[in-house]
Design a protein around this ligand. Structure first.
Ligand code: ZN
Length: 330
């Protein structure tokens, strides 16, 4: 099994490396000028209709467009007490801040964070609209998102590769072994222990007149079942990230999918991928669009819809809110 896993990872890594060397060798610059908005929408509609294969690459902006925002009203609703006491201003930075606190307090914070971003549905049906566009095609999704929104919207889990982890999984923090564990049951217990209620539709609610606790009972602090060390989130932050069997299998399926389809009419559909981690989706999509005979690259992004000049004739760049763009493509 281990030999298999190494090969699966090696193939995936090779895809990324090819993307990076392609970008290093680029002569021209980047362009966002692939036509007017109307022309781009029409071309993309046409490509969506004619493509045999669609490879979706999705980044954080897709969940933002679906309403999974990490500051503002949503943060205030579930974290007002942490905001008041510690001056935390958004969910993301607060996640780092509370790591210096006791495990009971840190997990109180993280369990709310995990629950609302992993076990609740996003407010807007952006993922469902994306699925509607591709569901009758041979598709595959590569994503750096860790919030499970693709599966919640009904995408086939065998056509998904979550490269950077999952809010719904824990791992040993050392890590002493390469397994991950679903955290759903414990996370539910953790939020209930802070006096939240869980509604029929899984929504996290604060019952009227309830004062929330900002800590959880010590017995709920998760520990590794093998070595007893604390558990941590299965998120790629450093080299302690556990790539479990599921990760390797998904990596293998992604590489197989690319291998089997490279001579077919393919649309690389990049949805809200920024320039924070361009090496995973963007660069490899550019490289494959350039190399594959019958490939088109579509870049949907709010403010950063670019393609290399070199593949301009094979590219469609649409700048704007991804939710709006998707509804125009119906
Ligand atoms: Zn361990």
């Amino acid at each position: 099994m281990r030999i298999f896993s190494n090969k699966q990872k090696a193939d995936y890594t090779k895809t990324l490396q090819k993307g990076i060397s392609y970008v290093r060798g680029l002569r021209g610059g980047l362009t966002d000028d692939t036509g007017s908005r109307e022309e781009n929408i029409l071309r993309l509609k046409d490509e969506l209709g004619r493509a045999d294969v669609i490879v979706i690459g999705a980044g954080a902006g897709l969940s933002t467009a679906a309403g999974f925002t990490y500051s503002g009203e949503r943060f205030d609703r579930y974290f007002f007490d942490f905001k008041e006491r510690f001056g935390i201003r958004d969910m993301y930075s607060g996640g780092f801040y509370v790591m210096n606190h006791s495990p009971e307090e840190s997990w109180a914070y993280w369990s709310r964070y995990i629950y609302i971003n992993r076990y609740m549905d996003p407010p807007k049906p952006v993922y469902e609209e994306l699925l509607e566009l591709v569901k009758d095609k041979d598709y595959f999704v590569l994503t750096t998102n860790v919030d499970h929104c693709f599966q919640k919207a009904g995408f086939d889990k065998h056509r998904l590769f979550y490269t950077q982890g999952d809010y719904g999984l824990w791992q040993c923090s050392k890590p002493c072994h390469k397994k991950t564990y679903s955290n759903e049951e414990t996370v539910r217990k953790m939020v209930l222990a802070q006096w939240f209620a869980i509604g029929d539709d899984s929504t996290l609610e604060i019952p009227e007149g309830t004062e929330l606790r900002m800590t959880i009972p010590s017995e709920l602090v998760p520990r590794c079942p093998v070595c007893g060390e604390p558990m941590s989130m299965n998120l790629r932050a450093d080299d302690s990230f556990v790539e479990d069997e599921g990760w390797h299998m998904a990596a293998g399926r992604y590489s197989d999918f690319l291998r089997r389809h490279q001579n077919m009419k393919t649309l690389f559909l990049e949805a809200a991928v920024g320039f924070n981690t361009p090496g995973i989706v963007k660069y490899s999509f550019w490289q494959m669009t350039n190399e594959w005979k019958d490939a088109t690259y579509a870049c949907l992004n709010y403010g950063q819809a670019y393609a290399p000049d070199e593949i301009k004739s094979k590219s469609i760049c649409i700048n704007g809110d991804i939710g709006e763009i998707l509804s125009q493509l119906k």
